[in-house]
Design a protein around this ligand. Structure first.
Ligand SMILES: NC(=O)c1ccc[n+]([C@@H]2O[C@H](COP(=O)([O-])OP(=O)(O)OC[C@H]3O[C@@H](n4cnc5c(N)ncnc54)[C@H](OP(=O)(O)O)[C@@H]3O)[C@@H](O)[C@H]2O)c1
Length: 153
């Protein structure tokens, strides 16, 4: 983690507090693609916290100082596996973050992985594609996703 320019976190959300304590120092100032989702059955009270505060704010609370971009969390891994580098219009991956440079790096990584990034907004906008939101679980192209999120460009 120390040598990486960017880190993707994909662990059960209940581990975030422990993750922050153990690796928070290393993650400070680091671009972090945050793929975690919180579910009540697995993550207990953290799911309620994410629901009320927003998943972006909740991740930022447990990983303070990380340059967070919510990414790769709006669908099942099965959809990602089926659609990476597909022919025709790419599958859209909604992303959200407050740090413009981190968003640019995340967008490039999303493209490298065979998808089309759609920047939905700042970290708070990640609510729009957190688990349970209407934009969760879609296999959409970028134009379809932009329309669904009400984005003009
Ligand atoms: N699965 C999906 O389709 C999907 C889609 C979008 C987002 N997500 C989100 O991505 C995250 C990971 O999902 P997953 O399905 O990949 O879960 P998972 O298979 O249960 O866990 C992924 C990895 O997390 C590590 N891990 C578990 N507990 C940990 C802890 N306390 N501290 C550090 N690492 C720990 C495990 O590493 P070890 O094997 O070394 O223990 C495991 O390899 C979740 O937040 C999930 O909501 C999942």
């Amino acid at each position: 983690m120390a040598f990486a320019d960017a880190v993707l976190i994909a662990v059960p959300y209940r581990a975030y507090p422990e993750l922050g304590q153990a690796y928070g120092g290393l993650l400070k100032g680091k671009i972090v693609l945050d793929a975690g989702n919180a579910t009540k059955a697995r993550d207990g009270d953290l799911a309620a916290e994410a629901e009320s505060a927003g998943i972006g704010a909740t991740s930022a609370k447990y990983l303070p100082g990380a340059r967070l971009v919510r990414a790769f969390n709006a669908a099942s891994y099965r959809l990602f596996a089926q659609n990476a580098h597909r022919s025709g219009p790419a599958m859209a991956i909604p992303i959200a973050g407050d740090d413009k440079q981190a968003l640019d790096v995340a967008a490039a990584l999303v493209r490298d992985a065979g998808f089309e990034p759609v920047v939905v907004g700042g970290l708070d906008a990640a609510r729009q594609f957190q688990m349970g939101a209407s934009n969760y679980g879609r296999d959409a192209t970028a134009p379809e996703a932009r329309k669904a999120f009400g984005l003009t460009q």
